[in-house]
Design a protein around this ligand. Structure first.
Ligand code: 3HC
Length: 719
């Protein structure tokens, strides 16, 4: 290199950036032969924050002024190309140069600028590449505009340049889904000009630049192209708007994305860019943006468990055992196989084992038919799952997850066997959703190696994993399970031991309140409608039908037998279960279902069962307002969540937010249960909780001391 040197530090110091720490030299400029190389080095993901933006402008100026450079190459150090604007800067005043300014400078550069892409070119990162004159990607690269997932739209020309390269229809699909495309697809679409394999981004970029110089041509800036957008049918936008109104009625930014891409088609580039800016700023100001960005960071924050130092030693997990080949066990086995980890799947009967393996194959077959799995991948995954009746085959497993029948007796017997069979140091996990992990651990001679790994159904789909730390679980075992969660693509959240842990304990209170509302006069349809209007994908009773009414019925039966006073009197759901109305699987539950359909239809038979139940209890139904349904269903959850924090079962509000986001479909644009609660107003919630405690009573309305305290002090929960 002829003239290496850091560039951004001078300009970064001159302008006070909004981020807390600007690295000393995120941008380097150096020349290699006739190519001026601009290298972005801002770990971990080269986010385009203020230091990077000002450094890019300075490096571009240096390259344009460098007489020895005939072309400029933009390349990134580390694991990835720029992964987007620096999200941590959002909501703070933005210091110049802004990203649109940087992008405009690149677009207008008097020398050709080539972007060499590896890892992920996302959001503002891809927008920088789109403003370059040529793009070359490594085969493994992924390119996308995921702003919609943060409640935004691409705000640095992405909605204007992408359609000019790939056409308006594909651009809309990419920007509305936020999902990246691979390098080969990007090449086919015209998003990149070349794909290279088995080399570094620097080498691939230098080769592309040399080719360009040898060729002597000067690629047209994307902003000047119109060939791919000319003749776009306006019906495309009408159809998209109609589709969004149906599929994503709550979301703000998707509708603005359609407006922005339409602007690319109907307005000249400069005016389209101005329209994009307006729409971007409207999204930036929307409360949904703040909620979705909280959700983004929540997913990452939960991996850092308070009190568990970074660098805590972990154990190698190379082989896993799963006990129980039922729906849950099969799904859990798939999670490991999907991550390439061999699984020994144990069941107590040959019949159970065969049914379990057949269900796993059906599941993979359906993914294969949808084109999301190749035949080779399907075979590989099936080959990783070894079914057996013998516990002896678990002798060399590094971790075993028990997913057997929900009974303490059954589980303790299994853990005694595992303790005898498994090698020293093997981690023994239970997938119990209600039972005491400490009591299960006590059945072994190694309680430090026992913990809960609570998967959510369907286990191969749902991203949440509650990692339940028993009283005696060691740090190493907890850290191993948290690391494993990430490895298998789950959001692992560490929680303590209590009935239902965090997620189901809160769900239980919402369920209890939903039932009470129906007993008092609301209909199941009303309760569900209020919850779906809030943004839940399913209302409480639709979810009950999906999970199966018999599940709760059997748990209540167990609790009745155990003498639990709360479970003594059967409710109308028990009556439905006694009549064989188990939910979707029997085409009848709280609702009825046409064969093959999942659409709930209100059923007069259920209304009659509810009415009989009210009569039996001497309840005269009253009109219940939607506002009351909303308050009682949601505030009771907040009150319980606050008690969970008080008790230390969850360490931080963000843990509860992540649990409800990833396990129960809490609407992500609200940020999470407690992020939403803080916005709703803790004072208002505390007042209502006290009122319901006075008027309705019951342990669920006993106000959480923490909630009252935060409300009185005007603090957010967790601050
Ligand atoms: N800004 C700031 N920090 C970011 C970031 C970003 N755009 N992207 C990732 N990070 C941080 C993460 O918070 C995490 O920090 P931590 O280590 O302190 O927890 C760290 O980088 C590593 O991220 P991941 O743990 O997610 O690492 P992975 O390797 O699993 O994934 C990734 C990497 C695919 C880049 C993923 O982080 C990601 O999807 N990032 C977001 C990309 C995105 O949404 N970009 C668009 C931003 S909006 C925009 O560009 C607006 C523009 O149009 C004007």
């Amino acid at each position: 290199m002829d003239r290496p040197g850091p560039l951004a530090s001078e300009s970064a110091d001159a302008v006070a950036g909004p981020t807390e720490a600007v690295p000393p030299n995120p941008i380097q400029y150096a020349r290699q032969g006739r190519i001026g190389v601009i290298t972005v080095d801002y770990p971990p993901v080269n986010a385009v924050g203020h230091g990077v933006r000002s450094g890019l402008v300075a490096a571009l100026d240096a390259g344009l002024a460098d007489d020895g450079a005939d072309a400029l190459l933009l390349v990134c150090a580390g694991r990835t190309f720029m992964a987007g604007a620096d999200i941590r800067e959002f909501g703070k005043p933005s210091a110049p140069p802004t990203l649109p300014e940087v992008v405009a400078r690149l677009d207008a550069a008097t020398k050709p600028v080539i972007a060499a892409i590896h890892g992920t070119a996302l959001g503002g990162g891809l927008e920088v590449a789109l403003a370059c004159h040529l793009r070359v990607a490594l085969t493994s690269a992924k390119l996308g505009l995921p702003e919609v997932k943060l409640g935004l739209l691409p705000g640095a020309g992405g909605t204007q340049r992408l359609p000019r390269l790939v056409g308006a229809a594909k651009a809309l699909d990419m920007i509305l889904s936020g999902d990246p495309v691979g390098a080969e697809e990007a090449l086919a679409l015209g998003l990149v000009d070349a794909v290279e394999d088995g080399t570094s981004p620097l080498e691939a970029g230098l080769r592309a630049a040399e080719r360009l110089l040898a060729d002597g041509s000067r690629p047209q800036p994307v902003s000047a192209r119109t060939d791919r957008i000319a003749g776009t049918d306006p019906a495309l936008f009408t159809a998209k708007r109609a589709e969004l109104a149906k599929r994503q009625p709550h979301l703000f930014s998707p509708h603005r994305i359609v407006d922005a891409v339409e602007a690319a088609v109907i307005l000249p580039f400069g005016e389209g860019t101005a329209r994009e800016r307006e729409l971007f700023l409207a999204c930036m100001d929307s409360p949904q943006r703040a909620g979705l960005i909280h959700a983004f960071f929540a997913e990452r924050e939960v991996a850092k468990v308070p009190g568990l130092p970074a660098g805590t030693p972990t154990r190698d997990i190379r082989k896993v055992g799963v006990i129980g080949a039922g729906t849950m066990g099969g799904g859990i086995a798939m999670c490991f196989a999907n991550a390439g980890i061999p699984v020994v799947l144990v069941d107590s009967t040959q019949d159970g084992l065969e049914r379990g393996v057949a269900a796993i194959r059906r599941n993979y077959d359906s993914t294969f038919r949808k084109g999301r799995l190749t035949a080779a991948q399907l075979d590989e995954r099936m080959a990783l799952i070894h079914p057996t009746l013998s516990y002896d085959e678990l002798a060399d497993a590094d971790l075993v997850v028990e997913a057997a029948f929900e009974s303490m007796e059954v589980k303790q017997a299994i853990f005694q066997t595992l303790d005898r069979t498994c090698k020293p140091g093997a981690i023994l996990a239970t997938n119990t959703s209600t039972l005491d992990v400490d009591a299960i651990a006590a059945a072994t001679g190694r309680p430090q190696d026992v913990l809960g790994m609570h998967f959510f159904s369907p286990a191969n789909v749902m991203r949440l994993l509650e990692v339940v730390r028993g009283t005696r679980t060691s740090d190493t075992v907890l850290a191993t399970a948290m690391g494993l969660a990430r490895r298998i693509g789950k959001v692992g959240v560490a929680v303590g031991v209590c009935y239902g842990f965090v997620g189901n304990r809160i769900l239980h209170q919402r369920g209890r309140e939903s039932m009470a509302l129906v007993e008092e006069g609301a209909s199941p349809e009303q309760v569900d409608r209020v919850l779906t209007e809030f943004g839940f994908p399913l209302g409480h009773f639709s979810m009950t039908d999906l999970a199966g009414i018999d599940v709760g019925w059997r748990i209540r039966e167990e609790r009745r037998k155990a003498g639990d006073p709360e479970a003594q009197s059967p409710n109308w759901l028990d009556t439905l279960a006694e009549r064989g109305r188990y939910g979707q699987k029997t085409s009848a539950g709280v609702y009825r279902y046409e064969p093959g359909s999942r659409t709930p239809i209100p059923d007069p038979e259920v209304a009659a069962v509810i009415e009989e139940d009210r009569l039996r209890r001497g309840i005269v139904p009253r009109p219940v307002s939607d506002g009351e349904v909303r308050e009682r269903c949601l505030y009771v959850m907040v009150n319980e969540a606050s008690k969970i924090l008080e008790e230390g079962i969850a360490a931080r509000p963000v843990d509860i937010d992540a649990i409800w986001l990833h396990g129960y479909g809490f609407p992500s644009w609200h940020g999470g249960l407690l992020f939403w609660a803080n916005r709703e107003g803790l004072g208002k919630i505390a007042e209502a909780v006290q009122r319901y405690h006075r008027d309705i009573g019951g342990p669920q309305w006993r106000p959480s001391a923490l909630l009252l305290q935060c409300a009185a002090e005007g603090r957010a929960l967790g601050c």
